[in-house]
Design a protein around this ligand. Sequence first.
Ligand code: UT7
Length: 336
Amino acid sequence: MPLPPNRTAKITAVGKYLPERVITNFDLEKLVDTTDEWIRTRTGIIERRQVGDGEATSHMATAAARDLLEKRQIDPEEIDCIIVATVTPDMFFPATACLVQNNLGASRAWGYDLSAACSGFLFALDAGARMIESGSSTKVMVIGADTMSSIIDYTDRATCVLFGDGAGAVLLEACEEGNEGILDSILRCDGSGAEYLCMEGGGSLHPPRAETVAGKKHYLYQDGRIVFKYAIKLMADITAEVAQRNGLKSEDIQLFIPHQANQRIIDASVERLGLREDQVLSNIDYYANTTAATIPLGMADAVEQGRLKPGDNVVLAAFGAGFTWGGIYLRWSEVF
Ligand code: UT7
């Protein structure tokens, strides 16, 4: 049967998971030469979460997925595909998506991991939307999950204050009328920025050796100033581009959900769009930068806080390692 020409993918449920352990700025003052005041004023972060012993990305992703399934009241066997956006998989292989599939008992699902750092959730959301639009799938689960504490050097004040652990999940289903859901996306990458935000060790270029461990190559490295310079421009540019391409003026956007890397980077995009504070979702203060999880966690919080209703115009934007960046426009639908 031919597909309706305008079929889109809408979000029908959201779920989240945050580990219980809270690490405050004051806790970090005891580890490195930093202050609560510096962290708050330079980043907007007050605290972040950290996994417990033995807890990894698949556990957080599974918990977020279970939260979603409970809300949507569906059986895991109804899921066609699971995409996990992450840069901190439990292992190189098998994919975290396979571990989540097994944990859930999603016996009909296939799945894979997607590596695009802080833009990972947007890239995965776009891929999932295409599966729904094409008619190849009816229920796709898109998860953003990262255990940043597993690749952070807690003696490096320039990075250890910035990141946290967490997971968020959304379910995509078809909107046959084509008037809700993911309506547009602009996604980009530029590998010339690779060296400024990366983890060099453990891959095929620098396989794990005593020297790579001694050289701290299994930790996240970031040249904060350079990344900041690109992030502040490119995230604001792509947000404006996706809004303009869809004829959205500031008053037409009910909620902007940006990646949460630094409150100052969020503010630059907000200023470019001319948005008021109540049109912006910011939760960096309590979660810090959870990499692929920031945007689905933002959605889950917005739903919990009653800040989204069917018909709302929502703009998502992200920037991260690669460099990767993107903007997505979606019209919110009824969400469980
Ligand atoms: O999500 C993926 C993408 N990542 C990002 O978008 C992050 C982009 N970068 C940033 O958000 C910011 O660059 C940082 C928050 C990482 C740093 O803020 P900044 O305003 O760019 O600070 P800076 O790197 O220019 O450092 C200013 C000073 C330096 O001291 P000197 O050289 O001026 O004496 C740093 O050594 O602040 C110092 N500093 C700190 N001081 C206290 C750096 N980190 C800390 C710290 N506590 N934790």
